[in-house]
Design a protein around this ligand. Structure first.
Ligand SMILES: NC(=O)c1ccc[n+]([C@@H]2O[C@H](COP(=O)([O-])OP(=O)(O)OC[C@H]3O[C@@H](n4cnc5c(N)ncnc54)[C@H](OP(=O)(O)O)[C@@H]3O)[C@@H](O)[C@H]2O)c1
Length: 273
């Protein structure tokens, strides 16, 4: 424990971007509360006196409050919240059950809001704090079959941007991290594939989409690339809101910004038929 060091609390730190970011901040001398649904099963972390592994499920407000209280008790204060926990859904929207739709929005949107609500009083009391929400380039552009996931990330974009006004007055900074494809468990255990018995009307387009996606993920960036950008967002003392990560994310956004909505929508349609 180092009461003088800055402290970050990270959600979804069991693997991928969350774990890599926890390790990076630790290396940079920060206190790290790496929270996850199942800390007893955590792998990939070495014990460290500035690292605390804590239980936090974004769907359980009691666990959010307990993790924040335990972090403040251990490290004295929290300077940065990294809202990273999340997962995706892929498939035709008509194949999604109401439970799948609710869980996608409950986790990626309502859960993210719940963690912010729990930490804002602490940041307001300190007259400082940084909330970094992990969005996606999928929060600024869209692809087929990710409609629910896009819906959550576009929501995260709007919510975070709006909060710059009401929280800015208390010295609280808002940041959005917008990665492109990153090599993590996201496309595996963190992807809920939507399927419905007898629904085959989308199969041709889905096959073309899956082929294009498999090709694209071959050039995924590494989670460390995201961790470094998150560190920059936490420490650059700027009011900058958005941070793209990865060549694909930067290209997609440049195409949309320079050529407009129709250009990028038509380009995706041409590619997928
Ligand atoms: N990889 C990409 O290509 C990519 C691109 C853009 C944005 N992102 C975003 O990056 C973030 C991290 O994903 P990742 O790529 O690092 O994938 P990952 O390795 O699969 O990590 C996802 C994390 O979210 C956690 N999580 C899921 N539901 C949770 C809940 N209810 N409460 C707490 N934690 C929960 C998982 O915990 P468990 O271990 O308990 O399942 C896991 O730690 C997500 O928000 C994702 O949308 C990823």
């Amino acid at each position: 424990m180092d009461q003088m060091a800055q402290t970050i609390l990270i959600t979804g730190a069991s693997t991928g971007i969350g774990q890599e970011t926890a390790k990076y901040f630790l290396k940079k001398g920060w206190n790290v509360a790496a929270t996850m649904r199942n800390p007893d099963a955590a792998t990939g972390f070495d014990a460290h006196d500035r690292l605390k592994l804590l239980h936090l499920d974004v769907l359980d407000t009691g666990s959010i409050d307990a993790a924040i209280t335990a972090t403040i008790a251990e490290f004295g204060s929290i300077n940065v919240l990294l809202n990273n926990a999340g997962y995706g859904t892929q498939g035709p929207i008509e194949a999604a059950s109401s439970e799948q739709i609710a869980r996608q929005f409950d986790t990626n949107v309502t859960g993210l809001i719940a963690v912010m609500q729990a930490i804002i009083p602490h940041f307001r009391g300190n007259k400082s704090g940084t909330i970094i929400n992990v969005s996606s380039i999928g929060g600024r552009i869209t692809l087929p079959f990710y409609s629910l996931y896009h819906g959550t990330k576009w929501a995260v974009e709007g919510i975070t941007e709006s909060l710059t006004f009401e929280l800015g007055q208390f010295g609280i900074r808002m940041k959005l991290i917008e990665p492109g494809a990153i090599a993590t468990d996201f496309g595996g255990r963190s992807m809920d594939y939507l399927e419905k018995e007898g629904l085959d009307a989308y199969d041709d387009m889905l096959a073309r989409f899956n082929k294009a996606r498999d090709e694209a993920v071959k050039s995924s960036a590494a989670p460390i690339d995201v961790a470094k950008v998150i560190y920059k967002a936490a420490t650059d003392n700027s009011s900058r809101l958005r941070y793209l990560v990865g060549k694909d994310a930067k290209l997609f956004w440049r195409l949309r910004r320079v050529f407009g909505d129709s250009f990028i929508l038509n380009a995706v349609k041409r590619r997928l038929g």
